[in-house]
Design a protein around this ligand. Structure first.
Ligand SMILES: NC(=O)c1ccc[n+]([C@@H]2O[C@H](COP(=O)([O-])OP(=O)(O)OC[C@H]3O[C@@H](n4cnc5c(N)ncnc54)[C@H](O)[C@@H]3O)[C@@H](O)[C@H]2O)c1
Length: 445
């Protein structure tokens, strides 16, 4: 079934966001704790949810002359931040306050104000196997003879939490696992379930959590570039149980910039000969990515965007010979304050060369936290939408992700502005509003 919105159909609607939304976070590290602490800071009126489209964004309805642009959260029934309840798993026992202090993204003063709340969130033991994340040694982990037993334990965690809230969503904010190619075990639900029993090495911990979530009808988002739900077995399970999924790997710093700049070059028919991207970062994510097998997973995820945006097969004169290189360097002194450099070799009229340099001094988790929050809120919305809940993949959430997931045979849209339009038109569609095409001829009649 296609996820393309179709012109202004009236729909069967969206159920209201009644009661508490339980958010189960896998991996309570830098991104997760920055999201949780941030939500609490916003709830207490200590800060604004900058960077969050669900909290700050507006959506135009009708004509430009109608002057109707409500906040997105007033237009679609999203869970209120005050109704969110967090829980999670980690391979270390640190509570969210301790983990946030270790991540050192937020300053001590802010954390001190939030400490009594953050201390109450203690991780449940994780499903972990060092084979999939070489640089970490987990101490707070579940025991089980088979992957099936571990999945059942996660299902028990979900069921217990569900008794305390009205709806549940799961998000992976855990470390990047080693690069895995899809194999036979990933092809069907049946193969996957046999693989769980047989401890198939093709099934990574992130897939055990995802399987547990989708089995329970719980939507699942993936902030890391791991294979996770990007396999037929879990796509089927997502559809079968009306548990929405989306793509993977939060689109935060360098890739965000790429998916803004590349469409601009293409729109103006400027050629690109080379794109060299390098980063330094010193947080735990950087340490994990220092392992070549985890880096490979990240590299694959980051490389895809330019290829799809430039469409070299359509524009061989402009992009056929593009050389794209990505480096990530672990450099502890910087902590979460990543610095990224891009050197872009472009060419214009008659082939004359030019260069563009981008130096982005960003904060990784400050960029990622609002994305994690938005994904959780929008997946919960999708689950309550008659139009969206049984589609499986929510392509309209590509906006947030380095590796969008699509229906089989469909190329992903990486262009941030196409993604933004798709997201907003999907919201208009599920609420029975007219789509906005930007044609605008009617203003000149
Ligand atoms: N910050 C960004 O801008 C950004 C952007 C895109 C993707 N990501 C991805 O998001 C993920 C989280 O990033 P981070 O900076 O918070 O990293 P982090 O290292 O601070 O946090 C990851 C946490 O996951 C835990 N963990 C690892 N395996 C686990 C498992 N099997 N079960 C439960 N917990 C587990 C770790 O102990 C750690 O606490 C990483 O995979 C990263 O690549 C981050």
């Amino acid at each position: 079934m296609s996820t393309e919105p179709t012109g202004g159909l009236k729909t069967t609607g969206v159920a209201p966001a009644k009661g508490k939304l339980g958010v189960m976070v896998v991996g309570l590290g830098a991104v997760a704790t920055t999201m949780i602490a941030g939500v609490e800071a916003v709830r207490r009126g200590l800060a604004k949810p900058i960077g969050s489209l669900t909290q700050m964004g507006t959506i135009r309805l009708g004509k430009r002359t109608d002057n109707q642009s409500p906040l997105i959260k007033d237009f679609v029934p999203l869970a209120d931040l005050n109704d969110i309840v967090f829980t999670g798993w980690d391979i270390f026992e640190d509570n969210v306050y301790e983990s946030a202090a270790h991540a050192a993204v937020l300053d001590k003063e802010t954390l001190a104000k939030l400490k009594p709340y953050l201390e109450t969130i203690k991780p449940m033991p994780a499903v972990f196997d060092q084979y999939y994340v070489k640089r970490l040694h987990g101490t707070h982990v579940k025991q089980g003879k088979t992957k099936r037993e571990l999945a059942d334990q996660v299902i028990e965690d979900i069921r217990a939490f569900r008794k305390t809230v009205d709806r549940v969503v799961m998000i992976w904010c855990g470390s990047t696992e080693i690069f895995l190619e899809p194999t036979a075990v990933h092809l069907s639900i049946q193969n996957f379930e046999k693989g769980l029993e047989a401890n198939d090495p093709g099934i990574a911990p992130s897939q055990i959590y995802a399987y547990a979530a989708l089995s329970e009808g719980v939507p699942f988002a993936n902030g890391a570039p791991n294979l996770t739900v990007d396999i037929p077995a879990l796509v089927c399970l997502s559809k079968k149980n009306a548990a929405p999924i989306c793509g993977k790997d939060f689109k935060t710093g360098q890739t965000l910039m790429k998916t803004v700049l590349a469409p601009a070059f293409k729109a103006r028919m400027l050629g690109v000969k080379g794109w060299f991207s390098t980063n330094i970062l010193g947080n735990r994510d950087g340490e994990v990515l220092d392992d070549p097998q985890s880096f490979k997973t990240k590299e694959e995820s980051k490389l895809g965007s330019l290829e799809y945006i430039f469409q070299p097969e359509l524009y061989p004169d402009l992009y056929k010979d593009l050389y794209h290189k990505i480096r990530i360097n672990y450099y502890p002194p910087r902590g979460d304050e990543k610095e990224a450099w891009d050197n872009i070799d472009i060419f214009g009229w008659l082939g004359y060369p030019m260069q563009l340099k981008v130096n982005f001094l960003c904060r990784d988790s400050i960029l990622a936290a609002p994305i994690a929050l938005d994904l959780v809120l929008f997946l919960d919305l999708a689950k309550r939408s008659a139009d969206l809940k049984s589609l499986g993949i929510q392509e309209w959430l590509s906006f947030y992700l380095k590796s969008p997931q699509t229906a089989e045979g469909l190329y992903p849209e990486h262009d941030l502005f196409i993604q933004s339009m798709k997201l907003k038109n999907t919201l208009r569609h599920i609420m029975g509003e007219d789509l906005i095409t930007h044609l605008g001829l009617e203003y000149y009649d």
